[in-house]
Design a protein around this ligand. Structure first.
Ligand code: FAD
Length: 465
């Protein structure tokens, strides 16, 4: 006999998409159950955004102290001895943050009267699934189902995960930094983790099949990061294909067809993420796919009545804040509110050193869309706050329409620019024109002044350039 639970809203997946959907549904008074297989918070909280940013911060702290001890520190700060790294303690610190946030999500759900079931859901039809729990089978039936099953690391056929070939998940829980780490894939996850391990003392090599790093960002934005890879002692092989793991390391093929083995203790494969659409009976649900993703409309409805999908499983950009925005919205749609997912822009942030932010259109994207567009760039070298932080590489760049000054896109590269992403996105969402930005008094000294200065530059009267 299996226990049967019926509910109005059933959410599958407790990532930033699923848990926010469940939370909002609960707040709206809808009877809600959430099922999650791997811990509340999903990939983002347990194996992605949060643990990676913790590791990046610890690595930078260690690297700056190491520089100070070697006499290469800036601002007159010297250390009389090199810092020591207790890496297991670093991992415990990171895990503590994850635990605290995941527990917090559980408490929020409880407060919103959402029932949480830990386990893997398998569907037998669009509105019915079972979950195995403590040797018992629970059957769940719902009027509305929200699929938020997320994505998992993509595997290379000839370089499957296992042993010393690892994904970002294992990389975030190693017992020590590998002496020699080869990273396959120079997208944001590979570069963020590659730089972090280089700062923690690993000898890092990055292999990328394309002719440039960060293919998702334009070359001008990627350039300061490319420079930083050299600074961090990271070797880079572009136009190179990862072929196979060998006893010694990773065999690669370079553009001229030559083969060589890159010595490695661990090979970290970061070649993208694949939506989770298999293994839970999706084929029984009558839900259409669009390529590898679940197809949804602007109200996040799938092709099956009463079944919705949100987050990474629905397509690009596969980012936590997109998943959460969809999660909040889909609960309101189910509650009968008139909402549609149609953002002007979704910010993309790369937490490399320096960081990159891109919101809206680049100049070439704007031109491709038929805009007569212009670009204005303000360098952080002319920004007082950047200089006081000792990190003045990079710039803020605004793309705007030539005729009415409408802001079409904003990009930035530099230390801490991730914190400017909200202001950039607000400008786009509010339909700001250059005069709007120029009229906003920015606190001094802040990095945000570079945004104001870019706007003034686009208007033809910069003050500090
Ligand atoms: P997920 O977070 O993937 O959650 C899906 C959940 O569903 C999982 O917990 C899974 O166990 C569960 N599930 C799947 N199938 C079932 C089933 N049948 N039954 C029960 N449960 C199931 N994004 C950013 O925006 N910023 C960043 O800085 C960032 N950094 C990242 C760094 C790394 C190393 C990685 C790997 C990812 C990063 N991401 C980042 C991406 C981000 O993690 C995802 O975009 C986000 O987690 C997607 O949320 P989601 O709710 O769609 O799915």
């Amino acid at each position: 006999m299996s226990d049967v639970i019926t509910t109005n809203v059933l959410v599958i997946g407790g990532g930033p998409g699923g848990y926010v959907a469940a939370l909002r549904a609960g707040q709206l008074g809808l009877e809600t159950v959430i099922v999650d297989a791997d811990g509340l918070g999903g990939a983002c909280l347990n194996r992605g955004c949060i643990p990676s940013k913790a590791l990046i911060h610890a690595a930078e702290t260690y690297a700056s102290m190491t520089r100070a001890a070697s006499g290469a520190g800036s601002m007159g700060i010297r250390l009389s001895a090199s810092p020591t790294l207790d890496f297991p303690e670093t991992i415990r610190w990171k895990d503590g943050i994850v635990r605290r946030l995941s527990t917090g999500v559980g408490a929020l759900l409880k407060r919103a009267r959402v029932r949480h079931i830990a386990g893997r859901a398998v569907f037998s039809d669009a509105k019915t699934c079972t979950v195995e729990q403590d040797g018992k089978t629970l059957t769940l039936r719902a009027q509305n189902v929200i699929l938020a099953t997320g994505a998992r690391p993509a595997e290379l056929k000839h370089l499957p995960f296992g042993g010393d070939v690892i994904s970002s998940t294992e990389a975030l829980s190693l017992d020590r930094p590998p002496e020699r780490l080869v990273v396959v894939g120079a997208g944001y996850i590979g570069l963020e983790l590659g730089q972090a391990f280089a700062k923690l003392g690993s000898q890092v090599t990055i292999v990328e099949a394309q002719d440039r790093i960060l293919p998702g960002f334009d070359a001008e934005l990627a350039q300061p990061v490319l420079k930083a890879l050299t600074r961090d002692g990271i070797a880079l092989h572009l136009n190179a294909k990862a072929m196979a793991a060998t006893e010694q390391g990773l065999e690669i093929e370079t553009a001229d067809g030559a083969r060589q083995v890159l010595p490695a203790d661990k090979i970290l494969v970061t070649v993208g993420r694949r939506p989770v659409t298999e293994g839970f009976g999706l084929e029984t649900m009558g839900v259409d796919l669009s390529g590898p993703f679940i197809s949804v409309d602007t109200r996040l409805r799938t092709s099956m009545r009463g079944v919705y999908a949100i987050g990474d499983v629905t397509g690009e950009p596969m980012l936590a804040h997109r998943a959460s925005a969809q999660g909040e919205l889909v609960a309101e749609v189910i509650a009968g509110k008139n909402r549609a997912f149609d953002p002007v822009a979704i910010p993309a942030v790369c937490f490399t050193d320096p960081e990159i932010v891109s919101v809206g259109l680049t100049l070439s994207e704007a031109e491709d869309k038929g805009y007569a567009a212009q670009v204005a760039l303000f360098p952080f070298q002319a920004n007082g706050r950047a200089l006081t932080l000792g990190e003045s590489d990079g710039f803020v760049r605004i793309v705007s329409a030539r005729d009415d000054g409408r802001v079409l896109g904003v990009q930035a590269v530099g230390a801490h620019v991730s914190e400017l992403s909200g202001e950039f996105t607000l400008a786009l969402e509010m339909g700001a024109v250059l005069e709007d930005l120029a009229g906003v008094i920015h606190a001094h000294p802040t990095l945000g002044e570079a945004f104001l200065e870019s706007a003034l530059k686009a208007l033809g009267h910069p003050l500090h350039a």
